[in-house]
Design a protein around this ligand. Structure first.
Ligand SMILES: Cc1ncc(C[n+]2csc(CCOP(=O)(O)OP(=O)(O)O)c2C)c(N)n1
Ligand SMILES: [Mg+2]
Length: 330
């Protein structure tokens, strides 16, 4: 691997090894996403929520956290645990509907993937408040979409965190679509960050394709939360450049020309061009980073596929104290 990279260049308050690590995490997420679509097409995983071009938000925001801080993902951030070293096979198994796809959140400080929209926002608020009550200096960061900001649980969670001055960071991935519902049909607010005013907390809007802008906003928010300043709402704006999920055909509703523009300006290539141009990263090193991520994914799917199939009875194991007759004898 080429080692002739510059370590003195600073971008967004980060230099050398940090910039390369941020790049590695984006590559890991991108590779996970692209391989997952292929595995889905091959029938090896079930439905899958694509996060192509959301990597700057996920890698940038979590880069501001310490390992003791908690991450609360939605289905769009299903693979975010990769940045903490959570095995790819575990996440792949989640999408395969296998019980081994459920990890113990306390092992990674990554909560379970939340599919009901916004339901994890109060969880993050509760964890942040609880940690504060216990005197532990831990921040909770929750990820959710633009559509989630219309849900009651978004309001309940952010309001509670604000009133309790809980160390929480709320990261809104504003990709401007909630499946086929555009942002104009979602809200009359000028920006989603404006909603923070109603909760009495800071709200900021950043370019969701600029990993350093996301990181800077997250670092400020995490510092504020950690030093007793309470929660922040960060709105990361971009435009969804891939289908909502593998069963969706966006050509029926999306602006395809706009999608092309977004894809041309995609976040990983943009960061790579910056780093290579400044001599922080070389083409060789970028290729090696991609290869490592591809190897990790190949090993992940192989490991996932060697797990024996789950026992269907498990569905009922923790469902009843006294199972009804038809299930007892079923
Ligand atoms: C409570 C709830 N209602 C409806 C759904 C169905 N649903 C799945 S994804 C989605 C759109 C969510 O859009 P957004 O919050 O913008 O997140 P994105 O998918 O764009 O990341 C909806 C309505 C759900 N999962 N949960
Ligand atoms: Mg959305």
């Amino acid at each position: 691997m080429a080692t002739d990279t510059r370590s003195d260049v600073r971008f967004g308050g980060l230099a050398g090894a940090d910039l390369l690590e941020l790049h590695r995490r984006m590559v890991l997420l991108r590779t996970y996403d692209e391989r997952s679509v292929v595995y889905h097409r091959q029938g090896r995983i079930g439905t899958y929520a694509i996060f192509w071009n959301h990597e700057a938000i996920q890698a940038g925001a979590t880069f501001a956290l310490g390992d003791d801080d908690w991450i609360f993902p939605s289905y769009r951030e299903s693979a975010i645990g990769l940045v903490r070293g959570l095995p790819a096979e575990t996440i792949l198994q989640w999408w395969r509907g296998h019980p081994s796809g459920w990890w113990n959140p306390a092992d990674w400080n990554v909560a379970s993937i939340s599919v009901p929209i916004a339901s994890h926002v109060p969880h993050a608020a509760g964890l942040a408040w609880g940690k504060k009550l216990r005197g532990e200096n831990v921040v909770a960061m929750a990820f959710f979409g633009d559509g989630a900001t219309s849900e009651g649980e978004f309001h309940e969670g952010v309001n509670l965190a604000a009133v309790m001055n809980a160390p929480a960071v709320f990261v809104c991935n504003n990709n401007q679509w909630a499946i086929s519902t555009p942002i104009e049909a979602q809200t009359r607010a000028q920006s989603l960050a404006d909603k923070a005013v109603g909760y009495g907390i800071p709200g900021v809007t950043v370019d969701g394709l600029d990993v350093l802008a996301v990181y800077n906003a997250a670092r400020d928010a995490v510092e504020r939360a950690r030093s007793g300043g309470g929660p922040t709402l960060i709105e990361c704006v971009h435009y969804r450049a891939a289908p909502h999920a593998t069963a969706d055909d966006p050509s029926a509703y999306i602006d395809l020309a706009r999608v092309e523009e977004e894809r041309a300006n995609e976040c990983l290539g943009r960061f790579e061009r910056l780093l290579i141009g400044a001599g922080v990263l070389t083409e060789e090193r970028a290729a090696a980073t991609r290869k490592d991520a591809e190897d990790l994914m190949r090993a992940g799917i192989a490991a996932a596929e060697t797990e024996p199939p789950a026992d269907p009875e498990l569905v009922f194991t923790h469902a009843y104290v006294d199972p009804p007759e038809n299930i007892r004898n079923g």
